[in-house]
Design a protein around this ligand. Sequence first.
Ligand code: TYD
Ligand code: MG
Length: 469
Amino acid sequence: MAKTKTSYICQSCGSVYSQWAGKCEACGEWNSLQVETSEAGPPKGLGSVKKGKSLDLHGLQFSEEKPLIRHTTGLNEFDRVTGGGLVPGCAILLGGDPGIGKSTLLLQAVCALANKGLTCVYISGEEAVDQVRLRAKRLGLDKAPVALASATNVREIAATIEASDIDVLVIDSIQTMYVDTVEAAPGTVTQVRTAAQELTRLAKKTGTAIFFVGHVTKDGQIAGPRVLEHMVDTVLYFEGDRGHQFRILRTVKNRFGPTDEIGVFEMGELGLSEVANPSALFLSQRQSDVTGSAVFAGMEGTRPILVEVQALVAPAPYGAPRRSVIGWDQNRLSMILAVLESRCGLAFSGSEVYLNMAGGIRITEPAADLAVAAALISALQGRPVPAETVFFGEVGLSGEIRAVSQPDQRLKEAAKLGFTEACIMARTSQKKKQVVIEGMDIKELGHLDDLITLLRESNFSASKSARKA
Ligand code: TYD
Ligand code: MG
């Protein structure tokens, strides 16, 4: 009889321990260790890797003559995020909060693929087939030739993959799947990992592109999809604020394409629709004459995106003043405030500071520093930032403004949306061939002090009132 091995696995990060402890040393989570048993024994088939293969392309499945086939859905926002379409045999993890729209997105994507003649199977472990059908009907997709099934047993699904020639398979969600040879409840790290491993192996063998839906929860009972990230080829996160209708599909890892790409969708009555020009959407509700608002010209992957940065400085009634951030890094806000305070002599320490990236988008780029600083200065001094100006540049600890990537693309996008002024970092003199954008007045700043002076300058704000008149 095979020996069994008992181990304690953190349900939050997947670390393995030989004995139980109240707290996971790796991720700091309390009460997240659960006992799981597995069969111990020497791995089978050891020694079969005798001779490697050379790196030349001889006998490769895909080569220059036989390029990598990619299945595109026709949903541009989706295709760009997957790196230009699905590669046969790839495993994609789609993570996101429950209820954010993962099932809706994948249903729309597979229906589009099925309409192009691919064999698509949608397996739901959460919803009954009729529920999925009703949703498809509501989305106007009920004519798409997608095979629906409600199943949770991985061996059953595996048999189906091997028996039939499936191009695209959706597993919704991986947390509901279970392998009956493993003694652990569905949703535990062991089950999730074993199920994903088994299905990924089969997908590679049969050339099926496979999607795993994974819920991200803080709850220790359900294994977060983080434990799967290294196992799959592509990791996508679907995020957004449930209070907003925008949803952002973000690539965090992609073996077949660039990372950091985003796709923007809008959740409506008829499901998710693509947003081709997100900048216009994020700026659509901007008011031009308010203090504490500055527009950041950002890049998300290969795409420029303009976002409104909003800041509010309010008197702190008592105690330590609050610093609250939505859509940006709290530590970076503290840093910008400290730099403004100690290098430029602005006093924020007695005030509460709130920062918000409008529209529910999350910005990770340090390039937003300059726009954040502009919004903060404007909020503190009660003077609006000129509405037709965009900002980008990273701020260093001495208050210097540092270079960021792709300034030309950012400027072009801003010009396209009708902005006429840009405050950016000083572009290096070595790079002589700088793009001059027609109708765009580019102000290159070296230090935050320059920004403060600029925001105070009379003609800078006068141009605005002249335009308004
Ligand atoms: P769903 O795809 O079920 O989320 P997930 O699979 O990530 O848990 O999406 C559920 C939400 O989306 C639900 O709150 C309702 C909303 N929704 C719409 O607003 N319009 C639609 O057309 C659909 C299908 C869903
Ligand atoms: Mg779902």
